[in-house]
Design a binder for this molecule. Structure first.
Ligand SMILES: O=C(O)/C=C(\CC(=O)C(=O)O)C(=O)O
Length: 296
């Protein structure tokens, strides 16, 4: 792999919508810098450096207070870049790690001390070579107190994921709502199946994230301003207000063909959460319960 990709907007606009004080961007990543934190030999994409300084400048520009940094597949199971960004945040970031399932208790404790509060299981074939469910369940059973599991999968495998998700002994957070086809609308089969999953346990949370991916023109969607996403996701947020969190998804890996303006992504917030109370839950109360429970 040679070319390093850029998927982020060079100068995001200032959003019209202003997030409330304490708002958390609960899904974003850092890449490198590569000279200090090399990418995994198994990485399926090689991005340009997108380090903590850029992330924190964007946080301030968009009007957020905190970040949850999610380990991306290009860094494999070496969480050094994520931990470095958290350490540089002055307490304003926490994270989600990707670990070798054979990780020791001491290593998990070190991740906790570094601000990690969950681990991510990625099932996207274009991003990872394998996702061993038996090993994932084993490590999920011995996580530090208060941690959760983040799962990334696409809607076409939701049914086969159900027994695995049922067996996870800690709270579960689903990335990007399991990537439903938002062009089906709020009552389409993908949203129905996702609601059935949410109804199966009251400790399954979801990220109402990624209009730029789920409603991309290349996916048959509408592109910015992502009207299919707004129509499909708003009813879900309304019906599960205590289990939804939100994030920018910056730096939008693998979206180099349809680069999103992060200001426009923030302006999706009042469209999917039209009341102040919903927005406060989605942006402050809920992510604080998962990532800064001692303050919430
Ligand atoms: O930013 C995301 O959440 C989605 C990604 C990248 C990713 O998750 C990863 O590399 O681990 C994607 O769909 O390519």
């Amino acid at each position: 792999m040679s070319d390093r990709i850029v998927s982020w907007h060079p100068a995001p606009s200032k959003p019209s919508y202003t997030p409330p004080p304490g708002a958390v961007d609960a899904h974003c990543h850092v890449f490198g810098p590569m000279a200090e934190f090399p990418f995994s030999a198994k990485a399926k994409y090689l991005p340009q450096d997108a380090g903590p300084d850029m992330l924190f400048a964007l946080r301030d520009h968009l009007g957020f207070s905190r970040n949850v940094i999610v380990q991306a597949s290009c860094h494999g199971t070496d969480n050094a870049a994520t931990l470095d960004a958290i350490a540089r945040s002055g307490g304003k970031a926490r994270g989600v790690a990707v670990v070798d399932p054979a990780i020791s208790a001491d290593e998990l404790a070190a991740l906790h001390a570094g601000g990690i509060r969950g681990i991510r299981f990625n099932f996207l074939k274009r991003l990872v070579d394998n996702a061993p469910k038996d090993k994932f369940l084993e490590v999920a059973a011995r996580l530090p107190e208060g941690w959760h599991v983040v799962i990334y999968f696409e809607a076409d495998i939701l049914e086969e994921m159900r027994p695995f998700i049922d067996a996870i002994p800690v709270p579960v957070v689903i990335d990007h709502m399991g990537r439903p086809d938002v062009t089906q609308g709020p009552d389409g089969p993908d949203m129905k199946a996702f609601r059935a999953l949410l109804d199966s346990r009251d400790d399954i949370w979801f990220k109402a994230t990624c209009p730029e991916r789920l409603d991309a023109r290349k996916e048959g969607g509408m592109g910015d301003p992502w009207d299919n996403f707004a129509a499909a996701v708003a009813p879900l947020v309304a019906d599960y207000p205590d289990r939804v969190i939100w994030g920018t998804d910056w730096p939008h890996p693998n979206m180099q063909d349809e680069i999103a303006d992060d200001g426009h992504i923030v302006d999706m917030i009042p469209r999917i959460a039209p009341t102040e109370e919903l927005r406060r839950k989605m942006l402050v109360t809920n992510p604080m319960r998962l990532y800064w429970p001692e303050e919430s």
